[in-house]
Design a protein around this ligand. Structure first.
Ligand code: BES
Ligand code: MN
Ligand code: ZN
Length: 504
């Protein structure tokens, strides 16, 4: 889909659908909507008077302008009450209207910039959000469908009317388009079936990504991983016919000798059966999603390159498959991580923390400014926050918590901070035979204890852990209406991209 921006009159766009808006509880339209209402002899006012359209967020109504305008149809989208308006509502309104237009078969769409008028949002931020909303909302994954589904949208044009806003409009739209594309890149990887998206598939994919975006890629081989003594990571993959792959991506690699990088670590279990602590059929059903953290890191690194983030950013993606065989981990096995700590594996389904442990130690080798890991780590986070509720944030660093909270606000990706009580560390230290146990004795505070386990491997750098299990893949219409179809959300790419853009 081509994303365009122009300064002009929305009413003059000769496209398949033009998109205009209305706040909730307004009796009379304003701005471009008023102008169009006038040209159509009050057709929009009539919608309101008749009570056919309330202006609720994401509500849409379709009108046919006939001879009064060159466009084939007009889609009116609700923005919700004016006093509740936010940048995130621009994304949701743009996505809803674009999806409605596509359902009607529209291929060329023009939209006004929601929020730039009465919503009082800066053109730059409004354009960025609109571009994100269009790109995310119109996402599909139809690679394996023999019959192509609905026809795709070919062009989406953002129309602003003030001459002086042209640069802000263009720059904001460009940034939003990049962020949406990188999110859809992560969604594509998560949507891939697990027989295709194996650890080596991800490794090859990362190498191509690096080549296309001027980054450095390294994939650590089995021999190298043994040399680094990554016993925790290697143990998880040893039950699978697929070799584990440890992917290292560097943006601005040449700056690494002078400046401390931001290191992003993403869990990439390409399928999680649970191992011998096997999951139920239902529990296993969506476990191709267990590489969503890794996908988010690949998407975020692509965004770092395209957005020209001015400092070094490193992406670490430990990739493995958690399967069963004569070589797989047994409950009670003891492994040694690359920092020398021994771990008693009491549950082979708590595998994410094992692969992240060695990745966190590897991150320490960069003397990083900041380390953020992102992982579909626990069902307990889903229980605590709900499907589509928020990702759980764990950190002891107030400054990093604040930075992530700002990024959450500007990206619209919700995170919720949870505690790292010192007792949690005690619970994962209580092994009879090793330094640590991969699950505590009891099932309580499951998200917190997994975070406490990870903290054992952070060695003092500024660190945050994001448990994205509640957010990585959503059934249709959950707590937060996803921007796009059910399934992979690409959660984390927008959060991390906005964080990198908001400064260091
Ligand atoms: N990948 C799962 C966590 C998960 C569960 C993600 C549901 C998304 C939806 C993880 O590897 C896992 O199995 N965690 C266990 C940990 C337990 C054994 C301590 C869990 O949450 O049940
Ligand atoms: Mn598991
Ligand atoms: Zn898992």
């Amino acid at each position: 889909m081509q994303l365009n921006t122009i300064i002009g009159d929305i009413a003059e766009q000769a496209v398949d659908a033009i998109i205009i808006n209305l706040f909730e509880n307004t009796n009379s339209p304003g701005g471009a909507t008023a102008a169009i209402d006038q040209r159509m002899n009050g057709a929009i006012s009539a919608l309101l008077v008749g009570g056919d359209f309330k202006g609720k967020l994401r509500e849409t109504s379709v009108l046919y302008p006939g001879e009064t305008m060159p466009a084939r149809r007009i889609i009116v989208v609700g923005l919700g009450p004016e006093e509740d308006f936010t940048i995130d509502r621009i994304r949701h309104a743009t996505a809803a209207a674009a999806i409605r237009a596509r359902e009607l078969g529209a291929r060329r769409i023009a939209s006004i910039l929601h929020g730039a008028g009465a919503g009082r949002i800066e053109t730059y931020a409004a354009a960025r959000a609109a571009a994100e909303g269009a790109g995310l909302g119109l996402y599909t994954f139809e690679k394996y469908k023999s019959e192509p589904g609905r026809q795709g949208v070919t062009s989406f044009t953002l129309v602003a009317w003030k001459e002086q806003n042209a640069d802000a409009l263009r720059a904001g739209a460009r940034e939003g388009e990049i962020i949406a594309n990188c999110t859809c890149h992560a969604r594509d990887l998560v949507s891939e079936p697990p027989n295709i998206c194996t650890p080596s598939f991800l490794a090859v994919h990362a190498e191509k990504l690096a080549y296309n975006h001027g980054m450095t890629a390294r994939v650590l081989s089995d021999a190298k991983l043994r040399e680094l003594k990554m016993g925790a990571f290697l143990s998880v993959g040893q039950g699978s016919a697929q070799q584990p792959q440890f992917i290292v991506l560097e943006h601005n690699a040449e700056m690494l000798k002078d400046s401390a990088p931001l290191v992003l670590i993403g869990k990439a279990i390409t399928f999680d059966t649970g191992g011998y602590s096997i999951k139920s059929g239902e529990g296993m059903s969506d476990m191709k999603t267990d590489m969503a953290g890794g996908a988010a890191v690949l998407g975020a690194l692509q965004a770092a390159a395209l957005l020209r983030i001015p400092y070094p950013v490193v992406g670490l993606v430990p990739a493995a498959e958690n399967m069963i065989s004569g070589r797989a981990n047994r409950p009670s096995d003891v492994v040694r991580a690359s920092n020398g700590k021994t771990i008693e594996i009491l549950n082979t389904d708590a595998e994410g923390r094992l692969i992240l442990a060695d990745a966190l130690v590897y991150a320490g080798g960069y003397k990083p400014a900041t380390v953020i890991d992102i992982a579909t780590l626990t069902g307990a986070a889903v229980i605590a926050l709900g499907e589509g509720g928020a990702a759980a944030l764990f950190t002891d660093d107030e400054q990093l918590a604040e930075r992530l909270s700002l990024a959450s606000q500007s990206s619209g990706e919700r995170i919720w901070r949870m505690p790292l009580f010192p007792e949690y560390a005690e619970w994962v230290r209580g092994s009879d035979v090793a330094d640590l146990r991969n699950i505590p004795g009891k099932r309580y505070a499951g998200a917190g204890t997994s975070a406490a386990f990870l903290q054992e491997f952070t060695e003092g750098s500024q660190w945050a852990h994001l448990d994205i299990a509640p957010m990585a893949s959503l059934p249709a219409s959950k707590v937060v209406h996803p921007l796009g179809p059910a399934g992979a959300t690409g959660f984390g790419v927008r959060l991390l991209a906005h964080m990198m853009l908001d400064g260091d």
